[in-house]
Design a protein around this ligand. Sequence first.
Ligand code: GTP
Ligand code: MG
Length: 196
Amino acid sequence: MEVKKAEFVCSNTRVDKLPAPNLPEYAFIGRSNVGKSSLINAMTNKKGLAKTSQKPGKTQLINHFIIDDTWYLVDLPGYGFAKASKTSRNEWEKFIRRYLTHRDNLQCVFVLVDSRLEPQKIDLDFCYWLGECGLPFMLVFTKADKQSAVKSDANIAKFKKQLLQWFEEVPTVFLTSAEKKLGHEPILETIDEVNR
Ligand code: GTP
Ligand code: MG
């Protein structure tokens, strides 16, 4: 599936101000700087659609994009931003968790994980929380261009092994590179299947 049209709709912190939940929605979440906004731009073939930065903490709001007039893609602020104050981290917790647990049209959460890293507690804890809330999620490992496929695969295998302590089966996994435009097609195909 190729995205033909991708448009910014709005930015929000309040769940009651979001667009009407009348189209299927997919949210991208993960640590600050993991590459959420870059992935959205690569998937939609639209540079600059979602704002990216070398510095973590760029995306601060819930950003809605409408794709081909039929579904929403949502760019969320990252978690684990070390420089954020405790108050702003608590705020993040509140509005993101509220969004994730109150959005009726949310079909799937894509949790982005840096493929260069060994499993991180913060990512595993977040997956566990999604599981506890009964929210369907899939994993997207990012920045595959930064190291060998062998290393990425080893980190993915370790992550899956950790998840199997909590989950009966591991979620679907994708390996991507926004830089090299790799791995986006399978994510779009998956979304297309759910939308049908
Ligand atoms: P926050 O909004 O701050 O939470 O970050 P984010 O997860 O949206 O990350 P963003 O897309 O802004 O990317 C962060 C940095 O990583 C930028 O400098 C990107 O160019 C870089 N980056 C993202 N994806 C890739 C990738 O696949 N490969 C490489 N080499 N760099 C990437
Ligand atoms: Mg971002």
